[in-house]
Structure formats: structure tokens, C-alpha cells
Write a protein that binds this ligand. Structure first.
Ligand SMILES: O=P(O)(O)O[C@H]1[C@H](O)[C@@H](O)[C@H](O)[C@@H](O)[C@@H]1O
Ligand code: MG
Length: 283
């Protein structure tokens, strides 16, 4: 049977690369910053413009109405965030917006494609580094067309773990984040790191630069593409409580093997988040 998603996969790579060029160019000009859920949850005209370019290109290529779209900036403007069985693009136009605003050189375009709620392929273009990560279910993971693989480290004492601080600055949440980080650091591990973009963090797991990345508070658009890239690089994903990974749950652990992932899960202090697909409560 003809491979029906190969064309979409190839096109997604082209769209991500073109979107990355727009981000790089915009980064050379003055950036007007706005905020969304709180004062440290930043958004710029570039986030909105790049999402429009990506969705517009996909609709032009595949027709209006045939596919569904979940985009970070469309959802923040009230579009539904429900993953159905329909072919669905899950898009973060600028992952690492805070980095983009500050000129911190880790900014990614993240494009995933799901069918029947299964992520078929994912593309993460780290546009300041000019690195194109991609993976298709069952066909391996690549960085700039070179195969990538997770680390073979099994000893937690010889690992680097990525954790992020997110945007929730409530004292009780920050306390849980720091307490978790302290417990992991004092195992001890070789180090804690964070690029500031979940999609890039997952690619760092996939290429073996770090052993695991976990976060509570991310969204489906931050991690959907990275999830298939990690899996196809030989890694795995779980919920932070050890249950099955759920791309809409706003929490996950991604890692190179079960030994490392389970060791990290033991230390995570979980705090509540609202699912991406939770019913919107009218204010
Ligand atoms: O840059 P965005 O798309 O908003 O996503 C990041 C989020 O803002 C941060 O709070 C998280 O810690 C990162 O992991 C996300 O990539
Ligand atoms: Mg974003």
C-alpha cells in the first residue's frame, strides 16, 4: 500500500525549516513581548505569525477541513485542544519563547502529526543551532539525516538529567520543583541542565546528550514531536507517577532506559496541573 504519510512527513520538515528562518530573521529585529497565563509566560508577534504560516502552509498542501490543528497560540486564543482520531497537526511555532526574547540560543519549531491519537511523526527544528531532528513511527530518529540513539548509561550516578522550572511561580509549586531537583542532584548525578525548550530537551535525550528530561506543566505542543523522536531513538516515556505516557496530561518523564526513568520518578514531587483537553471553564 502506498505510504500515505511520507509526503506529509517530508513536507513538515520543509515547513519547519522555513518557519525557523522566519524566527531567526525576527530575532534580529526588535521583539515586542506580551504575556499569557502569567507575567513570565511570554508570547510575541513572531509566535503568532509563525503559527499562522505553518498552519496556512499545511492547509494549502492538504486542504481545508481534511486535517485538524492544535497550535499553541490558537489554543491560547480559545481554539479547542482536543485530540480526536482525525489526522491532527500538533504545533508549537516557537518553543523557547523566553529564550527567543532574551537571545538565548535554544529556540525550536515543533511539529507533530497524529492519526487515531497515535503520533505518526515528529519534527523539531532547533533553528538557532540549525539542527533538524525528526522521526517517524517505526523508521528511526535522525538529526540532520544522521541516525541518533539514546545514551546507554544505566548508572544514575553517571547521568545528566534535564529539568525545567516552567512558568508557575507559586511558592508551593516552586518548593516542589526545587525539592525534586535537590533530591536528584544529591543522588548524586553528574549534573542538572535545561535548555528552556521542552522539544529541544527531548531531542537531547534522543541523541544521547543527557539521560532523561522530565517536566510537569508542559503542553502537548511542547512534547508531541519530541515524544516520537525519543521513542524512535530507543528511549521511552512515562507519566511522572510511573503510569503510561499521556500527551495531553501536561506531565511526563522521557529517558534512555527504564532504570534511569524509574529512578527519577522516585524523586519527583508531583503537583496538580489542568489537562490540555480539560473542558474550558467559562469565566
Ligand atoms: O516556549 P514555550 O512554547 O512557551 O514552551 C516552554 C514553556 O514556556 C516553559 O515553561 C517550559 O519550561 C518549557 O519546557 C517549554 O518548552
Ligand atoms: Mg511555544
Amino acid at each position: 500500500m502506498a505510504d500515505q504519510w511520507q509526503e506529509a512527513y517530508d513536507f513538515a520538515v520543509q515547513v519547519a525549516r522555513a518557519a525557523g528562518a522566519v524566527i531567526r530573521k525576527a530575532g534580529e529585529e526588535e521583539i515586542k513581548v506580551q504575556t499569557k497565563s502569567c507575567t513570565v509566560d511570554l508570547v510575541t508577534k513572531t509566535d503568532e505569525r509563525v503559527e499562522k504560516i505553518i498552519i496556512g502552509s499545511l492547509k494549502e498542501q492538504f486542504g481545508e477541513g481534511t486535517h485538524s490543528f492544535i497550535g499553541e497560540e490558537s489554543v491560547s486564543k480559545g481554539q479547542p485542544c482536543i485530540l480526536t482520531d482525525k489526522p491532527t497537526w500538533i504545533i508549537d511555532p516557537v518553543d523557547g519563547t523566553t529564550n527567543f526574547v532574551h537571545g538565548f540560543p535554544f529556540v525550536a519549531v515543533s511539529i507533530a502529526f497524529a492519526v487515531n491519537k497515535e503520533i505518526e511523526f515528529g519534527v523539531v527544528y532547533s533553528c538557532m543551532e540549525d539542527k533538524m531532528y525528526k522521526a517517524r513511527k517505526g523508521q528511526g530518529a535522525f538529526c540532520d539525516d544522521e541516525p541518533i540513539q539514546v545514551s546507554d548509561v544505566k548508572d544514575i550516578h553517571k547521568s545528566i538529567i534535564i529539568c525545567e522550572h516552567g512558568t508557575d511561580r507559586s511558592p508551593e509549586t516552586v518548593q516542589k520543583i526545587f525539592s525534586t531537583q535537590k533530591k536528584i542532584l544529591c543522588i548524586p548525578v553528574h549534573g542538572l541542565r535545561g535548555s528552556g525548550t521542552a522539544a529541544t530537551n527531548m531531542c537531547l535525550v534522543a541523541c544521547g546528550a543527557v539521560e532523561a528530561f522530565f517536566e510537569i506543566g508542559i503542553h502537548c505542543w511542547d512534547i508531541a514531536a519530541g515524544a516520537v523522536i525519543v521513542r524512535e531513538a530507543g528511549g521511552l516515556l512515562l507519566d511522572v507517577d510511573g503510569g503510561p505516557f499521556d500527551v495531553m496530561s501536561r506531565r511526563m518523564v522521557s529517558g534512555n532506559n527504564m532504570v534511569i526513568v524509574n529512578r527519577i520518578i522516585k524523586e519527583i514531587e508531583i503537583f496538580d496541573t489542568v489537562r490540555d483537553d480539560a473542558p474550558i471553564v467559562k469565566k
